[in-house]
Write a protein that binds this ligand. Structure first.
Ligand code: ZN
Length: 417
């Protein structure tokens, strides 16, 4: 289950009293810094709507309490003070199951990645093997950082398919045949003994690019991941939009041709059947050999191979018409392209732009910037770190020894004691 955000802690204070107002202001400042990594005091004032004097007082209080660190910096040529959460206040862990790999990262609350590793894994094979390997890699990386396990605040877990919000299981077992009936967050949480927050790879890619990559500073964006499947992570007004069932963003199943190829979802002619690797690679295998991968197709296209260039341009045109639909519905200010295909750069971005220009209504596409993801294959695992940062709640940092983890939902277990 997607966990509920841990909100303001229930307290004995009267709402609206000086104390509760002060507490709310502390939480606003911590929340702004938590998601941005570091901000100057002027940026905190802008982000929270608090006055410069209030921000200054709150930052001093948080610094004295050890919650934040303040370092000198310069902003627009002027001296400023950069505020970030204390690096040693806790660590967060990201675990990303891709179709062919497992990637784990350990980060601190100041947005620094302390350790990261990836290894090949056929995620279709067996869920049990996947979790065994994830558990081992997480334990190894925590050890490598030299930081105690009691500092682990939580784990963000990425899976390559939509999560059913009501059951916490993978929504479509046709994507991962070995994972039917498994609740990935509960499984990993039971093994590691820490709270686990789960989301699909496209939503995590969106979060990763939003916090660390090409989406920084943008409040409305779509992250389009083209790999074994095609999915979109949607950020609306600064938050990932998942929909009541957790399946928002399934852009790969927009119908492009109702008499087209049969898709794994059971429909015909979905966008995915014109763009995903499993449908695109067979077009090139007769001419380019059976061992082709999407990575190789992109490399050959960059070297000038005409067949690979043609296929990538066609894929771009189809993705562009999907993005045009998305623009008409949601009017995002930025679309970030991720997955292997994004490495083709302008070879795929130019045809996408072409289609968006052709099929989107002009007012929906006018302010759109279409860019390549900045994080490459790391987008999802960094997004998993960001998921923990966004779900952890500020009470954790402000309540000292008071129980750090209020019950957050069935996927959560008590913290170390
Ligand atoms: Zn489909």
């Amino acid at each position: 289950m997607l966990e509920k955000t841990v909100g303001v802690r229930e307290s004995m204070e009267t709402p609206g009293s000086q104390t509760s107002l002060h507490r709310a202001n502390l939480e606003r400042v911590v929340r702004a810094v938590r998601m941005a990594g570091s901000l100057t005091q002027a940026e905190i004032a802008r982000a929270t709507g608090l006055s410069a004097a209030t921000v200054s007082n709150i930052v001093r209080e948080l610094k004295d309490g050890g919650t934040v660190e303040v370092t000198p910096t310069s902003a627009g040529g002027r001296r400023a003070r950069s505020v970030s959460l204390s690096g040693d206040a806790g660590i967060v862990i990201g675990v990303d199951f891709g179709h062919t790999h497992l990637r784990v990262a350990v980060g601190n609350l100041a947005h620094q990645v302390l350790a990261e590793e990836s290894e090949p894994l056929d995620v279709d094979a067996s869920a049990a093997e996947g979790f065994d390997r994830a558990e081992q890699l997480v334990n190894r990386l925590i050890e490598a950082t030299g930081i105690g396990r009691d500092k682990v605040i939580g784990v963000g877990l990425g899976v390559p398919g939509p999560i059913d919000v009501s059951s916490g299981t993978l929504g479509s077992t046709s994507i991962l045949p070995g994972w039917g009936g498994i609740n990935p967050a509960e499984e990993l949480s039971a093994r590691l003994g820490v709270p686990v927050h789960v989301d699909n790879d496209a939503n995590l890619g969106a979060l990763g690019e939003l916090v660390w990559g090409s989406g920084r500073g943008v409040k409305d964006l779509a992250y389009i991941k083209v790999a074994s499947g095609v999915g979109a992570g949607l950020v609306i007004d600064g938050r990932v939009y998942r929909g009541p069932g957790g399946t928002a963003g399934e852009i790969g199943h927009i119908t492009l041709d109702e008499s087209g190829p049969v898709c794994r979802c059971g429909n015909r002619g979905c966008l995915e059947t014109f763009t995903a690797a499993r449908y695109v690679l067979p077009l090139l295998q007769p001419s380019h050999g059976p061992d082709l991968t999407m990575e190789r197709v992109v490399q050959l296209a960059r070297e000038g191979d005409p067949g690979c260039r043609r296929v990538i341009a066609d894929v771009g045109r189809h993705i562009g018409s999907g993005i045009a639909n998305l623009c008409n519905l949601l009017n995002p200010s930025r679309v970030v392209l991720g997955g292997d295909l994004a490495e083709a750069g302008e070879l795929v971005l130019a045809p996408i732009r072409d289609s968006v220009g052709r099929y989107a209504i002009p007012s929906a596409a006018r302010q759109l910037s279409l860019v390549q993801g900045a994080l490459g294959a790391r987008a999802e695992v960094l997004g998993a770190l960001a998921l923990v940062l966004s779900e952890m709640g500020d009470s954790t940092l402000l309540s000292g020894t008071e129980g750090a983890f209020p019950a957050a939902g069935p996927a959560s277990v008590p913290a170390f004691t």
